[in-house]
Design a binder for this molecule. Sequence first.
Ligand code: ATP
Ligand code: MG
Length: 297
Amino acid sequence: MGKRIKHIFIHFHPPSGMRGTTQHRTPSAPQELTPHRTHLTVPTLFISAMTATPPNLIEADGLCMHYQLGNRQVSVLRDVNLRIAAGASVAIAGPSGSGKTSLLLLLSGLERPGGGHIRVDGVDLGSLSSDGLADLRRERVGIVFQSFHLLPSLSALDNAALPLQMAGASGAREAATDMLRRVGLADRLHHRPSQLSGGEQQRVAIARALVHRPRLLLADEPTGNLDDQTAESVRELLFSLNRELGTTLVLVTHDLDFAARCDRVLRLHDGQLHEATPIGGAKPTSPQAEAGHGLPA
Ligand SMILES: Nc1ncnc2c1ncn2[C@@H]1O[C@H](COP(=O)(O)OP(=O)(O)OP(=O)(O)O)[C@@H](O)[C@H]1O
Ligand SMILES: [Mg+2]
């Protein structure tokens, strides 16, 4: 657990010059457009743009993870394969101890897998140093930890502003104030974590994870400590960011309402990840949901 607590500091690791080395996916350009082909190709391109499968934001192959406990190996994940399309919302369920948190730690690059490969937004995590991983997280990933990992000496406002401040962005406090307002904490800006309830701390953690508008949100039971009404406002916030900004949501959750509203529900069991039918029936299929089904998860 001590190791996990130190992750928060790694998460906000200062810039290290990795910028410019990451690979962004760009749609391949048409090879050559003759006048004749242009005439035919424009509508074709239009149609293909309308029906194109979105690229995967997460691709993981053959993931294995184990913890070393003395001379014993605790195997947690075995040969996990996963595709998550950009803009999708995915719930991860599974019994306590099945490896949900461990999987999020791998996808965020906070832990390295014992085997297999992970690409996030086109970047092979295995190719990055810890500085590079910290840069990737700061620029593109928001993480809500199961036990929040707020910095105890900072106010709610300073905790939430931290990712933008570490990135040297202007307007960090204004953006953090706005995000804290959106999670219902406008009147708790100057409280330190010890002066906040568990649910309030959880919402500060959510505001901090979202303040830099990440492409990917990895959230570990983000409504676990919230009453029904507050949980609903957090669900609304996450899905509105998913709709408006295309933020990809990967949510570990036991919250059935949450899971039912996601594009996909995956279940971890016995070290393996399986596609599960969303509780309450499948949501109308979106291109994002379809795109993630390429591999059995
Ligand atoms: N640092 C560690 N050393 C040894 N074993 C560990 C360590 N961290 C986790 N584990 C073990 O790995 C397994 C998976 O843990 P993990 O936290 O990923 O489960 P989880 O599905 O998130 O559970 P929960 O729903 O209770 O949060 C558990 O059996 C746990 O005891
Ligand atoms: Mg967990």
